[in-house]
Write a protein that binds this ligand. Sequence first.
Ligand SMILES: Cc1cc2nc3c(=O)[nH]c(=O)nc-3n(C[C@H](O)[C@H](O)[C@H](O)COP(=O)(O)OP(=O)(O)OC[C@H]3O[C@@H](n4cnc5c(N)ncnc54)[C@H](O)[C@@H]3O)c2cc1C
Length: 345
Amino acid sequence: MDDTLLLVHTEADGSLAKIAREALGAARSLGGSLTIGLVGGDAQAAAGSLGGCGAARFLGASGEMFRQPRYATDAAAAEALCRASGAQLILAPATSRWARVLPGVALRLGGRVDTHATRVFPSEGAPAIARWYYRQRMEAVLLRPQRPWIVLLEAGCHPAWTGAPASAALENVPVDLPEGAIRTTVNGLRAPQAEEQTIRPEADLLFVAGAGWTKKQSDGATHADDAERLILEFLRRTQASLGGSKSLVDLSGEGQAVLRCMTHLNQVGQTGATPRHPKGLSTCCHGEEPHVVGWRFIGERRAVNLDPNCGWARGKADVLYIADAFEVLRRINALLGEKTQATRA
Ligand SMILES: Cc1cc2nc3c(=O)[nH]c(=O)nc-3n(C[C@H](O)[C@H](O)[C@H](O)COP(=O)(O)OP(=O)(O)OC[C@H]3O[C@@H](n4cnc5c(N)ncnc54)[C@H](O)[C@@H]3O)c2cc1C
């Protein structure tokens, strides 16, 4: 197996994100010699948190100028760590910080880069990766003869390493920073406007709301206020992550907001997101292919729809309840409320 460098960076609070620990889990599963390269304000503290992982070396680009994401400093630090490690395979979590920088680093090193990898594994003594194409419809396995090979591993694809912290001897790697490298500073973060944070990548359940919530119901009227109240109560009680069909999020964009907490970032599907959750529950959504293709990485799928001929009935869901989602959610919320009261008593 190739010698591997795991390249991670610290978060704003100095910790390492779960996705970094997942990439570490994947790197360890490869066998072969492992070096960890850390970039951040205090790489020594971060190295200690991974101290028990069995890496042969810990290399660091540490200091105030590496605390914030910045192309010039991140690229220089990553390049220096890659060169110092001499590794042929460089594995990194697919954070936005690394996704922006590492393709450029591959060019500087005369190597190659692959993004959106979902697996990395040994194949006849060499590393191989898997990734999906055509919006998760086809999976390919890739091998490359060129080295160094940088691979960005997606979140939620490998169990995170959960070992205990231990002392780690960090070797500080000098980084040659070009003039003007720290001209850019991050002044703040701007998040999309939403009354409530509803996208929870770590949640066990993805709850999807479709346009049916806005349609005329059996009494000939629409019940958007009811829909919003029921859905928000369900989300609060379960801490599920909220997804939407394109039809529903487009309605929000047109100013007919049904769910004020729903933005285009919630859209699941071909032109939306492909989130990873163990379970998914779709409600009032037809289950058309461009939507369901975003469910590729949902473990167990259930749907509630009035129409027994909806798309979910055609092998796209494990369980389809032919039922009125308003009634179903009302009942589930009541049961969840009883459960909370019983826990308190
Ligand atoms: C190029 C392209 C890309 C696309 N990308 C995406 C994408 O990324 N994501 C996406 O979602 N779509 C995408 N679409 C659109 C997609 O094809 C569908 O139009 C969309 O998913 C339909 O949304 P919906 O199922 O919520 O709405 P509808 O098709 O209107 O379905 C509403 C459903 O609600 C049910 N319903 C109504 N009332 C109730 C009730 N009380 N209880 C239970 N069920 C009820 C109805 O039976 C119906 O099945 C794309 C389309 C194209 C052409």
